[in-house]
Each structure stands twice: as structure tokens, then as C-alpha cells.
Design a protein around this ligand. Structure first.
Ligand SMILES: *Cc1c(COP(=O)(O)O)cnc(C)c1O
Length: 365
């Protein structure tokens, strides 16, 4: 038995004729920067997310960075971030010169605990940046309510949450700006780097459009100091193909997750806990165990891939040594990093594969 953690080649092969035709179309068009494919993807992605605007960007980190920039967040400002996230969430805050202020998660959902946010707000706080970790929506209503009361922006890191729903409504327009990554392994993945923001705020969309293209609306006229973070039209064409299959692929993930939840019930693993209002996109299926290294080695021995998301929390990375946060100052982030394990998950995996994993993962002597 060999079950890879994720098989990106299989995802390509499933759609190969459509993807190849889309790439060919761009190659033959003679148009290689922005243009009609990017416009079309932006319209389709905005509609899919139920947002008024989408702006295609080079990657997810830029989506977060340009969103903060468009909100005028910079040096001297603070942004509240989860203590347990991929480091990109923090790096975007640092990239604009602001300081990430970590808040611990609810250990049941792995998402930022809204009841801990207010204690972290200071006179310098400008925004709250929740992450929909592993594809499970964060509890947005209390976060939006706190933001309203303290006049803060809400920027969502939705890099893992394509097609997830919060209280019946798709992620994509709850906060001021919602930031997407289309990194190949994400639920909607390009064949290289790509990203986007969605928003209902026309002015913010317009600013990000300006910022992604050298601060320029009209060639060689630069209104602001922008970046080069344009979505590649070849990637836009690929994303349009894959977007048409996203809901079906999310359904497959939900079926696989349900099989895991059923099959691992009663094992000594801590399973994902899904609040009644959450419809996760199951980017990852993450269990917790204090015997992680044994389990991971056992699975590897049986040919089953697994990964750790993420082994070192941002505050313990040397990249953030300058913040001087003690490892134990964020005990939950530290503990989750020691216990989480992501089992194989992806739309090309079969229920039979998942039962194979369950058999090898369940109660052992
Ligand atoms: C993937 C990811 C990002 C960054 O996206 P890139 O496209 O790789 O820059 C940001 N935040 C989270 C939570 C992610 O999973």
C-alpha cells in the first residue's frame, strides 16, 4: 500500500485536456500580463465567493501584505494574529512595518479564540487577522463584533478555506478584505504561485489593484509606491478550469473527512471538532496525539504519507526572535505544534484509501 499525503500530479491528470487547452489558449493569445484571462478569473472568483470584487495577485503572502497596506496599516501599528498559524500570516504584518500580536486558539477548533481577543487590543491595534486554519472557518461573528466596537479592520487569511462556509455563507466577504492563496497544494491550486483578495469595499479593491501594478493605473504614471504582484494569466486560465470543479472536489473532501471521523472514533487520537455553524473545506485533516512521532513513523513504514502543520509556531522561529516572546508564553501554540499530524487528504484520494489509513492509524497495541 502506498498512499501519498497529497498527489498533485493526479489532480492535473484528472483535468489534463481542459488545463492543456486553457494554457494553449493563453500561449496563442500573445497576451502574457494581466488582460482578459485575469479579468475573467477575477469575475468568476468574486461571484463564487459572493463578494463584489476580486483582485488577482502573485501569491497569498502578497494578498495579505497588500490588504494591510491598502488599509493604511504600517509602522507603529499592531495587528492581532493567531499564535498557531503558518508564518505567512505574521510575515505580512511585519512586511508593512506593523507588529503581530498573537492570540491563542480554541484548542478544539484550532482557530483564534474570540474571547481572548479584547485583552490583546491596545491603542495601537489596527486590525484583527483571523485564519481559517485547515479550512475550518474561524468564529467570525464575535470577531466582527469586537472589531466594530473598537473600530478595527478585519482581514481574513482564507488561504486554506476555498469553498468553506460560515453560518451558511461562503467565506469571501465577511471581513473588510479576504486573502487567498492558490499555491498548488491549496484547495483551489494553480500550477505555480498565485493569489487574490476578495472584498465588498470598492475603494479597497481599487487600491489593491493599484498596488499590485507598480502603483500605476495608466502606464508610466505612478500614483503610489506599488509592488509587482500581478496574477499570471496562464495561472488565471488554469484556475478558471479548476474553479469549475471546486465544489465537486470539496464534496469529495467532505466525504473523506466523514470517513475519517467515523473510522477514527474511539481511537486514542483527538479528532477535528466542527462547530454546528461551520462547513469546513477540509484543506487538511488534522488529528492530535502525544505519540505523534511513533504514529508518523508507523504510517511511513506502511507507505502512508503524513505531514505536520506546523512543527514550530511563529513565536519560536528565529525569524521572530526579535519579538522576545518566550516559548511558554503561548503554551497552546507550542502544545499543538507538538501534537498535530495531518493525514492524507485530497480530491484524488479514495474512500478506500482513507479506510486503509484508518486501519493503520486506529487503536494499536
Ligand atoms: C499558504 C498560506 C499562505 C501563503 O500563501 P502563499 O501563496 O504561499 O504565499 C498564507 N497563510 C496561510 C494560512 C497559508 O496556508
Amino acid at each position: 500500500m502506498t498512499i501519498p499525503f497529497l498527489d498533485l500530479g493526479a489532480a492535473y491528470r484528472e483535468l489534463q485536456p481542459e488545463i492543456d487547452a486553457a494554457v494553449q489558449r493563453v500561449l496563442a493569445s500573445g497576451w502574457y500580463i494581466l488582460g482578459p484571462e485575469v479579468d475573467a478569473f477575477e469575475a468568476e472568483w468574486a461571484e463564487f465567493c459572493g463578494a463584489e470584487h476580486a483582485v488577482g495577485l502573485a501569491n497569498g503572502l502578497d494578498a495579505l501584505t497588500l490588504a494591510l497596506k491598502a488599509l493604511d496599516i504600517g509602522a507603529g501599528d499592531e495587528v492581532i494574529v493567531p499564535s498557531n498559524t503558518y508564518i505567512a500570516t505574521w510575515l505580512a504584518v511585519s512586511a508593512v512595518g506593523a507588529t503581530p500580536v498573537p492570540v491563542e486558539p480554541d484548542p478544539a477548533t484550532h482557530n483564534i479564540d474570540p474571547t481572548l481577543i479584547e485583552a490583546a487590543i491596545t491603542e495601537w491595534t489596527k486590525a484583527i487577522l483571523p485564519v481559517h486554519l485547515y479550512g475550518q472557518p474561524a468564529d467570525l461573528d464575535p470577531i466582527l463584533e469586537i472589531a466594530r466596537r473598537h473600530d478595527l479592520a478585519v482581514v481574513e487569511d482564507a488561504a486554506q478555506a476555498h469553498d468553506a462556509r460560515y453560518k451558511g455563507r461562503k467565506i469571501g466577504s465577511h471581513g473588510d478584505v479576504v486573502c487567498w492563496s492558490f499555491y498548488p497544494g491549496k484547495n483551489l491550486g494553480a500550477l505555480g504561485d498565485a493569489g487574490a483578495v476578495t472584498t465588498n469595499r470598492a475603494g479597497i479593491a481599487e487600491r489593491i489593484r493599484l498596488l499590485r501594478n507598480y502603483g500605476s493605473r495608466e502606464k508610466y504614471v505612478n500614483e503610489v509606491q506599488g509592488a509587482n504582484s500581478r496574477l499570471d494569466p496562464i495561472q488565471a486560465a488554469v484556475l478558471r478550469v479548476k474553479l469549475a470543479h471546486l465544489e465537486e472536489w470539496t464534496e469529495r473532501r467532505r466525504t473523506l473527512a466523514a470517513a475519517y471521523q467515523e473510522g477514527l472514533k474511539g481511537s486514542d487520537l483527538v479528532l477535528p471538532s466542527v462547530p454546528s455553524w461551520a462547513e469546513p473545506a477540509w484543506h487538511l485533516y488534522v488529528v492530535r496525539t502525544q505519540k505523534r512521532s511513533e504514529l508518523q513513523a508507523h504510517l511511513a513504514d506502511k507507505g502512508i504519507g503524513s505531514l505536520i502543520h506546523y512543527p514550530i509556531p511563529p513565536h519560536m522561529q528565529s525569524a521572530y526572535g526579535s519579538l522576545g516572546i518566550e516559548p511558554d508564553a503561548l503554551p497552546l501554540a507550542r502544545r499543538l505544534a507538538d501534537e498535530v499530524l495531518s493525514l492524507p487528504m485530497g480530491p484524488q484520494l479514495t474512500v478506500k484509501d482513507v479506510w486503509g489509513v484508518i486501519e493503520m492509524t486506529g487503536p494499536r497495541e
